[in-house]
Design a binder for this molecule. Structure first.
Ligand SMILES: Cc1cc2nc3c(=O)[nH]c(=O)nc-3n(C[C@H](O)[C@H](O)[C@H](O)COP(=O)(O)OP(=O)(O)OC[C@H]3O[C@@H](n4cnc5c(N)ncnc54)[C@H](O)[C@@H]3O)c2cc1C
Length: 501
């Protein structure tokens, strides 16, 4: 299978700076939407700001979205109302309204194209009807002017949907490029290819880089998707959810941004391109490392698209993950035991283009000693029992995986070494001595790693579509050779010792 690249990331690399200084007012870790908007807001207010990014600008989730900038977000609002008071749910909508307005204003000011489209949460069949209807009711209760539409004028099966007019869609990499340009014009620095590996508890104003250097700052913002420091245990309060997307040339894609209310999820939108209109289809979500063959997920999405849009010609395939919180709301604010100098934002549940901007607006205000009006009800939320049950479910699933790993380890140590030669594109986990060993064959080369996540020791699964080792516990991912791709891990995988050692 060819390397997966999103429609948006299929472009030349965004120009950034060569290196970091030793000291800044604010150091932002991560060049996705959250980090870049936070950096810009702080740079505009005259602060000396740097962004440090482990990979490339937008390389992880922001550059791999479906690019909908919408207040109607699948079944998100009814999900929040089940777990939170109406006041908290209203604050969530307010935060997203502010995030959406800021982002579209930024696009207007910087010539970044976007298209206005209605958004729809639709029911594919009678089973999904109740959930879509509940979302319609929740949205109206929270002040959004949704209407129920029986016929959505799309070729695939549906029994109606909630529709909200005048939402937007864009290419998030266009946004990232304009953000980086303005950060640098404002005197800020954006550096890629440097991973932060930690920050000492005793000195929260310092971060350590993977090349051995240290950078000092008054404030450190961890805009890393899920926080890379474990102090707030955020990794245990969010679920890493991976899903898939495909782009196709198609003469008449629906000019409506759709997301199904039931399962399997289907997300559809159009995208203009110089070569004619494109159709985007997404879905097949699952918890990272726990969904079976990832090739099979892409194939299912492909089949669905071909059956309802015959003749669609595929141009791009990709996959990405985001973090869904147990209580349905993002976590934005100061990291525990960071002495008020370390900030985090996570848990956008696949709606980060509005939530990430809202988080950035809030974090920049917090650094200046102020508070966004919607932040207080969100910070002081008291989650209903359904949210607490969800937290229990997340961690029970993680616990079950750990127990399963131990049982498998016990069995395979009785059986002795089990590794077999992997075929091209395949990864297998066997056992040599006490540790599970992963072997993958990529482009004819055998890559060997100790298949234990460098974050908290989960046994890794092979992701056949993306050729990566994925952790089923908290979503860290690694290249075949064990370098970190994403997730809470900051250190590479160990290499197996040779038999002589
Ligand atoms: C398939 C999919 C479709 C989606 N579609 C939509 C959509 O239509 N609309 C919407 O609103 N949202 C959507 N989302 C969600 C949205 O894309 C994310 O919520 C958002 O992009 C997250 O932005 P971020 O800046 O927090 O994280 P990221 O974009 O992941 O950025 C974090 C950055 O931090 C860097 N980093 C991590 N660790 C370190 C470290 N130790 N040192 C240095 N750098 C580090 C990473 O390399 C990365 O570049 C979608 C998500 C998925 C998975």
């Amino acid at each position: 299978m060819a390397t997966l690249t999103s429609l948006w990331r299929d472009r030349s690399t965004i120009e950034t700076d060569a290196d970091l200084d030793e000291r800044y007012d604010d150091l932002i870790v991560g060049a996705g939407i959250t980090g870049l908007v936070t950096a810009l807001l702080l740079a505009r207010s005259g602060r000396n700001v740097a962004v440090v990014e482990a990979r490339q600008v937008g390389a992880v989730t922001t550059g791999n979205t479906t690019g909908k900038v919408s207040l109607l977000q699948g079944t998100r609002l009814s999900h929040i109302l089940e777990r939170q008071s109406e006041r908290v749910a209203e604050a969530y909508v307010e935060a997203n309204r502010e995030g959406q307005a800021w982002l579209l204003r930024f696009c207007d000011d910087h010539g970044v194209p976007y298209q206005r489209r209605p958004a729809a949460t639709y029911a594919a069949d009678r089973a999904g009807h109740g959930a879509a209807r509940d979302e319609h009711d929740a949205a109206r209760r929270l002040g959004l002017d949704t209407r129920w539409q029986r016929d959505l004028d799309v070729p695939f099966p549906h029994v109606g949907g909630a529709v909200l007019d005048n939402q937007a869609q864009l290419d998030a990499m266009d946004v990232c490029e304009a953000l980086v340009r303005e950060i640098r014009q404002e005197g800020g620095t954006v550096v890629t290819g440097h991973r932060v590996i930690g920050a000492p508890l005793a000195n929260p104003k310092r971060v350590d880089l993977d090349d051995g250097r240290q950078v000092h700052a008054q404030n450190v913002v961890l805009a890393t998707g899920v926080p890379i420091l474990d102090r707030g245990l955020y990794f245990a309060k969010v679920e890493p959810q991976r899903s898939y997307a495909l782009a196709f040339r198609h003469p008449s894609p629906p000019e409506l941004m759709l997301l199904s209310a039931g399962s399997p999820t289907r997300s559809v939108r159009d995208a203009p391109s110089v070569a004619g209109p494109l159709l985007l289809a997404g879905g097949q979500g699952h918890t990272v490392g726990r969904g079976g063959s990832t090739v099979a997920h892409l194939e299912a999405l492909r089949e669905w698209t071909h059956s309802w849009f015959p003749g669609a010609e595929e141009t791009h395939a990709w996959s990405a993950q985001d973090y869904a919180s147990h209580d349905g709301l993002p976590a934005i604010g100061a990291l525990p035991r960071g002495r008020g100098h370390v900030f985090v934002a996570t848990g956008y549940g696949k709606w980060g283009l509005t939530n990430g901007v809202a988080a950035a607006l809030s974090l920049a205000k917090q650094i200046h000693g102020h508070r966004a009006t919607w932040q207080t009800p969100i910070s002081r939320r008291i989650t209903r029992p359904s949210g607490a049950l969800e937290l229990g479910r997340l961690n029970a699933a993680v616990g079950l995986h750990l127990v399963g790993d131990l049982a498998r380890a016990e069995l395979s140590s009785l059986r002795g070494p089990a590794a077999r030669e992997p075929a091209e594109g395949e990864g297998v986990v066997g056992r040599r001595g006490l540790l599970p060993e992963g072997e993958a064959r990529v482009d004819g080369r055998i890559c060997s790693v100790v298949a234990l996540c460098s974050h908290l020791g989960g046994t890794l699964s092979w992701n056949d579509a993306e050729r990566s080792w994925d952790c089923p516990l908290h979503g860290s991912r690694f290249t075949p050779d064990g370098e970190v791709l994403e997730g809470p891990a900051t250190r590479p995988l160990r290499r197996p010792s040779s038999p002589e050692e």
